[in-house]
Design a protein. Sequence first.
Length: 340
Amino acid sequence: MSSPVSSRTALVTGGTGSFGGTMVRRLLAAGLEEIRVLSRDELKQHDMRVAINDSRVKFYLGDVRDRASVDRAMRDVDIVFHAAALKQVPSCEFFPMEAVRTNVIGSSNVIESAGAHGVRSLVCLGTDKAAYPVNAMGMSKALMEKTAQAFARTNPDSGTTVSTVRYGNVLCSRGSVIPLFIRQLRSGKAMTVTDPEMTRFLMSLDEAVLLVEHAFEHANSGDLFIRKAPACTVGVLATAVAEMAGYEPRIEVIGTRHGEKLYETLATVEELSRAQDQGEFFRVSLDGRDLNYREYFVEGEVPESIAREDYHSHNTERLEVEEVKKVLSGLPDFQALVDG
């Protein structure tokens, strides 16, 4: 088990993204001596360097696809937050091998490098789309989870704790639907919705960061942590955004995009059957069996409890318009979007 606060040097891959920026600021506030940001976009690094203006933040230009650039950033690091990923579902559908190179091979580079350099703890950021994946992005993130678990399974004596987290849509994050809705409203256009009855989990950036910190503090190697969350339909979300921004809701239904699901699953029946309920979180421990299955056929292994259904955005707590507006009102990032 590890704690970010007790560490000296942290590495955030994909650190110029929405999660990375939030995490870097929290680590600075916690008093870490050095926070390294590894990403491939020099403009975003420049903008972040100017915005943060703190000499403790060191920027490493590189790509998780390249093991050498990962190793360069990994030297003498205590903890790692692996956020680098291709995350857009439609673009991954058109270029699935690019998703494999970043989300699978890139993640493997980060995991293997962390183990080789004696990192204390590594948390890999996942997505609800990794459960029962139907699109290339979800499939590649599911393989990221499997890669992390395989490291834990095949390196039981490693001093590096490798864990994964899984969460749903992060409200107001870059590339998400809320900034798009705000831009459409400002330009006098209708908000484009693929299917108003689609449901999605709702989570703030701060809640995503708290999930990652929870994993650092409580993980054994191979653990998967899932944060429970409410959900709403996309139609309800669009209506709430418009009303909060002071516009009349106008919705244009454009049809389902490549790889989209009607609802997302955060935890499967199989995972819930061996999960520990930690209140706000589920902890799914590693299946640490080796390839000798005979003893399980002879002796049997019965789970303590058997889940009857998945935990998904259709059966979690469902928020209506006024409840979603209350959630949005508590997000400084949303008000910043409205204010322009």
